[in-house]
Design a protein around this ligand. Sequence first.
Ligand code: ADP
Ligand code: MG
Length: 298
Amino acid sequence: MSIVVENITKTYGNQKALDGVSFSINSGEIVGFLGPNGAGKSTMMKIITTYINPTDGVVIVNGHQVDTEPLLVKQSVGYLPEHNPLYLDMYVKEYIQFNAAIHKVSKTRIQEVIEQVGLTPEAHKKIGQLSKGYRQRVGIATALLHDPEVLILDEPTTGLDPNQLVEIRDLIKEIGKTKTVLFSTHIMQEVEAVCDRVIIINKGKLIVDKKLNELKNNEQQVLEVEFDLRIEEQLLKTIPHLTKAVNVFDTTWQLTFNTQEDMRSTVFDFAHDNGLKLLQSSQKNQDLESLFRSLTKA
Ligand code: ADP
Ligand code: MG
């Protein structure tokens, strides 16, 4: 286990930013940490990286407990904060060298991280001259300097244009091949694009911790089917587990079932038993963005 979060609560004054949150992340996983603004994502990431203490609960990173072994945790973790403060007057290389000195890592490592994050063409520039996408690369390069096992990225793609967004997502995927990555975002699509597991928090509480494919098949199953003849809705209602039937057009129907069992063969049997032919059948998953909205709305 790379990150274990046990029953974490954090209160600011009388406000609970995190309320009994638990999850764990295996080494090598890329996990999306999703939630609307104010959900508690940054707070959790600051606790995992030892920048703030929880009010209650335990976090273990790479076998080290954040409260008793913060230095060992810091050695295992690379962190890109949400509003990563950069010295705009510094040159890229200078800035990375400056951080390398803090971490006491070798000079050759500087060139390695610059190449790893695709900064080489911009490495001679001042940070202030860089686009937001390249500034994020500077932050990610710095987080990677001490070759940590775990990378914590707080909203790494917020504020990027569409091209930069795709580039940074690809970079995260690439880094995820060799490291455990937890990255936060408030965009569900991002999670779909980058990782296979999602943890959703809302108002300080964990509401979902699932593989994406499990989430997609969560409870409801939607099939779009085409028969060879027009039929009455009444007849469709004889299919077990059917909760909704929508006539999309002519002989095509969208059927919703409240079961995880694959209903395609049942629909096939239904067609056969009623003297119909099933011309097409495809699974339509509920789109994840609307699922996320329904899970996190007030
Ligand atoms: P997210 O990163 O998901 O947007 P945050 O972890 O930044 O959420 O914030 C969670 C809640 O805690 C918010 O309501 C925020 O206003 C509050 N909060 C965060 N940091 C502080 C702080 N230092 N002092 C008081 N309240 C805070
Ligand atoms: Mg935040």
